[in-house]
Ligand binder design. Structure first.
Ligand SMILES: Cc1cc2nc3c(=O)[nH]c(=O)nc-3n(C[C@H](O)[C@H](O)[C@H](O)COP(=O)(O)OP(=O)(O)OC[C@H]3O[C@@H](n4cnc5c(N)ncnc54)[C@H](O)[C@@H]3O)c2cc1C
Length: 520
């Protein structure tokens, strides 16, 4: 007999199978020996009060063993001889488009400007060690896209739970941990992500899909408002029945290419700010109400949101036990982001702290860039940041409390940011209208969360790639770009997603639409 049960238990009860069995037996008023197995199907932490509870949904198998549940399984047919669809970009949006196209009987041809994940690792090491940014191979570009070397947080606010479940199952099928199917806030970790991404490539190639690296798209082949294919940097042409543009929001050259081809773009809100790094122990103390985390609770995460002068100031992409990383995609820029290994065991907790920028907020000197005002502003912040710290990947840093009182930091604490940090005030590289909001936002956060506003924490720059300042508008009915038949803007760069899972969901949607519009 199987019984389903929702429980709120202590961290020890959740962490020790025998203790959990006792709780289940007494809840069900059963002899403990009759319980064959307890399968946790949902796990979340409620740390709102000092009595921390773990909410579990469990399946209890009484007097019988569970049927072999097995891991999710997907069948990808051979599509090598089917109609080709060009997919530009091998990030989550492009890869999930490709996988679903295969399921629907189309042959994806993936074009990626960067390198395979193993080669990409070397270029990433060169950023840390030699401060060199390879323009086609870095934290943003290469196999797996921007999410490959990340925390791999898979949480999304998307309401389409069914779609999200499939994304998690596909990732699990390709080697991600079973826990991602159970945790309320799942994450994969930067040590596991490259293997998952490599396994997705194996599926695509085994099914007859084509995958080309070092293949930057530099032009579109258009005929009578219809796309026929794309041109690569070496002049090669690649054609297909449709083109999916999943190039992410760092590929500024793609927006300029669209503009050159008179393809409509729309300005949208985006966000800029800093990356804030605390000792993880301090965040644990705050989030777990002073208690020692012990071995049954994970390194704590947090979310902060405040309103300042009519704009949101909020935490973004929080990485417990993680590292701050140099995520620029071009030389001459300084961009930071965060990543964590699967165990999140590092000494530091980092998070973006950003404020919303609407097109109308942009300083006058950027207005003449028209539709590109946001993009140019974003890039100017990155360049200022780069210059402020001595024109390398050394990041400007300021202690948090010093920032809130307008004081330059005379010394800096230890950091996880491997290229190194140097004391520079945030106001030296970020415009005043942004720093004012960040300062007020952090003061408000500090008032709400005792201990959060501290000089043990530092602000590093620049956190600018949270979202795209542009959208590539598409038809609601067909998901095609509004003017060009067969062109499908997709994922974060198109402005229709933010984060790994929502980009993947968008990829699935686009593939589904291609399946409806074109016969396989
Ligand atoms: C360090 C870091 C940590 C992150 N952590 C998380 C996290 O924990 N959770 C989360 O949800 N999100 C995280 N993100 C954000 C997440 O990675 C992105 O939201 C997501 O990858 C967007 O997916 P995408 O496929 O739309 O675009 P991208 O992942 O940006 O992929 C676009 C791809 O297109 C390629 N490309 C660009 N231009 C061209 C061209 N002209 N020709 C050919 N190829 C091209 C690029 O090389 C890239 O591989 C993180 C990002 C970074 C940088």
């Amino acid at each position: 007999m199987k019984k389903e049960l929702n429980l709120a238990v202590s961290p020890v009860e959740a962490g020790e199978p025998e203790r959990l069995k006792n709780v289940v037996a007494s809840t069900l008023k059963l002899d403990k020996d009759r319980i064959f197995q307890i399968v946790v199907v949902r796990h979340s932490i409620d740390a709102r009060n000092s009595r921390i509870r773990i909410n579990l949904s469990v399946e209890v198998y009484i007097d019988e063993k569970p049927e072999k549940a097995g891991r999710p399984h997907f069948n990808y047919p051979f599509v090598g001889n089917k109609k080709p669809v060009v997919v530009v970009g091998a990030g989550p949006a492009g890869l999930f488009t490709a996988l679903h196209l295969i399921e629907l009987g189309f042959k994806p041809i993936i074009l990626e400007r960067g390198k395979p994940v193993s080669e990409r690792k070397k270029d990433i090491a060169a950023i840390h060690g030699e401060h060199l940014i390879h323009p086609d191979s870095n934290y943003g570009y290469g196999e797996g896209g921007a999410g490959t070397f990340s925390d791999g947080k898979l949480y999304t606010r998307s309401k389409k739970r069914g779609d999200v479940r499939k994304i998690l199952e596909v990732l699990n099928f390709h080697g991600a941990q079973d826990e991602i199917l159970v945790e309320a806030h799942p994450h994969i970790g930067t040590n596991v992500l490259p293997k998952v991404i490599g396994s997705i490539r194996e599926t695509i190639e085994r099914s007859g899909g084509e995958y080309y690296f070092n293949s930057r798209v530099t032009d579109l082949i258009l005929e009578n408002q219809q796309i026929k294919g794309v041109v690569l940097q070496n002049g090669d042409k690649v054609e297909g029945i449709a083109v999916v543009l999943a190039t992410g929001h760092s590929a500024r050259d793609i927006y300029y290419l669209l503009e050159k081809n008179n393809i409509l773009l729309e300005a949208k809100s985006f966000a800029v700010g800093v990356r804030l790094e605390h000792p993880q122990e301090l965040i644990d103390k705050i989030q777990y109400h002073g208690a020692n985390r012990g071995k049954y609770l994970p390194p704590a995460a947090y979310t902060m949101v405040e309103q300042v002068m009519d704009r949101g100031v909020y935490s973004f992409c929080m990485c417990p036990g993680g590292m701050v990383v140099p995520a620029a995609t071009s030389p001459g820029e300084l961009v930071v982001n965060g990543m964590s290994p699967s165990h999140r065991g590092g000494k530091f907790a980092n998070s973006g702290i950003v404020t919303e920028i609407r097109p109308e907020d942009l300083p006058k000197e950027f207005q003449h860039f028209g539709i590109f005002a946001g993009l140019e502003f974003q890039q100017s912040v990155e360049k200022n940041c780069f210059r402020s710290a001595g024109e390398s990947q050394l990041a400007p840093a300021q202690r948090m409390a010093d920032f809130t009182v307008g004081k330059k930091s005379s010394s800096l604490p230890e950091t996880s940011y491997r290229p190194g940090i140097t004391p520079v005030s945030v106001g030296d590289w970020l415009p005043e209208f942004v720093t004012l909001r960040l300062r007020e936002g952090l003061l408000k956060m500090g008032r709400k969360s005792h201990g959060y506003l501290t000089n043990e924490a530092i602000l590093l720059g620049a956190e600018t790639r949270t979202s795209s300042p542009l959208r590539i508008p598409r038809s609601e009915e067909t998901l095609e770009q509004l003017q060009i038949k067969g062109l499908f803007p997709c994922g974060e760069g198109a402005g229709y997603a933010g984060g790994i899972v929502s980009s993947a969901v968008d990829g699935e949607r686009v593939a589904e639409m291609i399946g409806q519009l074109f016969k396989a």
